[in-house]
Write a protein that binds this ligand. Structure first.
Ligand code: ADP
Ligand code: MG
Length: 338
């Protein structure tokens, strides 16, 4: 196997707050292979954005900081790079798009200025940059790219702004695109168009995508691999087909059960009760235990590890670890399979 493009190992990103240390990202590991799409999916507040921002060292300072871990991109650990080396990587080798393009586009600069700026920081000459800007804006589906160059962000619709962000992200042909909820602010039709565009561009350029979302429907549509995040940790990883066929962690099962009915054929009608616990005080052992229908004593005393380790189908749940006291737990009356 060739080395993965990106390999994140045991990443911990914390915040200092008046309530103590907030462990927003708490020991996260995953890989992204060249050309593939990995989704990270989970409810709001589980640490998805902080994981993404950590990769580019854009965690909000001074409260937020990367406590430990490794972020291997090709051969380098990004955490060893200087600020200026990191600036070379950002936008050129790894680009990022966000949920609300209005906050990352500059309202007082035209689209053309911003897309050319993205290229000139990485050394493209002005004339060349304009030609490529027009090409890119056309490629992402703007009808009149030359006109769009002269427009300001507020003159565009939300969908058009996201297309512009994608054009900027692609300007320097990154090897990895990080997309943090790229379609969440858009209506369903535009959402589908943007996802299709990302897929097409990926097929064309061979870039890898790390897609952050709270929406399993989006995972099904675009991801090759998926990691489910809960309370600062990855609790299950799998290839997308396996996860949809056989979700294993009780939290993942709950996410599927709460999907709209058309996606729920054959599954029971349970919904996910309760809320994500406070990141300043995660439950002591299994973080999902307070919401889990399968909880037993060991869930409150022993921290579940991803099991089996080093497998392509790890689950952070005692139900799948025969070394845990009390295993195998007796099924709840009326259920046959966990
Ligand atoms: N500025 C901050 N100060 C303290 N804690 C923060 C700050 N920003 C984020 N967090 C914590 O990090 C957790 C994860 O946030 P985030 O990565 O944005 O979640 P997601 O993207 O999954 O919705 C939040 O639940 C919150 O507790
Ligand atoms: Mg987020």
């Amino acid at each position: 196997m060739p080395e993965p493009l990106l390999s994140v190992e045991n990443l911990r990103t914390y915040f200092s707050s008046s309530r103590g240390t907030v462990k927003a990202v708490d020991g996260v590991s995953f890989t992204v292979e060249r050309g593939e799409t990995r989704a990270i999916v989970g409810e709001s507040g589980c640490g998805k954005s902080m994981t993404a921002l950590s990769l580019l060292q854009l965690v909000p300072e001074p409260a937020g900081y990367i406590d430990s871990g490794r972020i291997l991109f090709e051969t380098r650990d990004l955490l060893d790079l200087t600020w200026s080396q990191m600036r070379e990587i950002r936008g050129r080798e790894i680009a990022m798009i966000f949920q609300e393009p209005m906050t990352s586009l500059n309202p007082v600069h035209t689209v053309g200025q911003q897309i050319r700026e993205a290229m000139s920081v990485h050394g493209k000459a002005a004339g060349e940059a304009t030609d490529r800007a027009i090409y890119l804006l056309g490629r992402v589906g703007l009808e009149d790219p030359a006109q769009a160059l002269r427009q300001y962000p507020h003159e565009l619709s939300g969908g058009m702004r996201q297309r512009v962000m994608i054009a900027i992200a692609l300007a320097n042909q990154p090897k990895l695109l990080i997309a943090d909820e790229p379609t969440t602010a858009l209506d369903v039709t535009v959402q589908a168009q943007i996802l299709a565009l990302i897929r097409e561009l990926q097929a064309e350029t061979g870039m890898a995508v790390l897609l952050i979302t709270h929406d399993l429907g989006i995972v099904a549509e675009v991801a090759d691999q998926v990691s489910v995040m809960y309370a600062g940790q990855i609790i299950e990883s799998a290839d997308t087909r396996s996860l949809f066929k056989d979700p294993r962690h009780p939290y993942t099962k709950g996410l599927f059960a709460s999907l709209p009915a058309r996606n729920r054929r054959g599954q029971d009608l349970a919904t996910l009760e309760g809320i994500v616990p406070d990141a300043a005080a995660w439950p002591p052992a299994c973080r999902f235990a307070p919401r889990c229908p399968y909880r037993w004593e060991s869930c409150d005393t022993l921290r579940p590890k991803l099991f089996p380790p080093e497998s392509d189908r790890p689950v952070r749940c005692h139900l799948y670890d025969p070394t845990i006291p009390g295993w195998p737990r007796l099924e709840k009356a009326g259920t046959t399979a966990v």
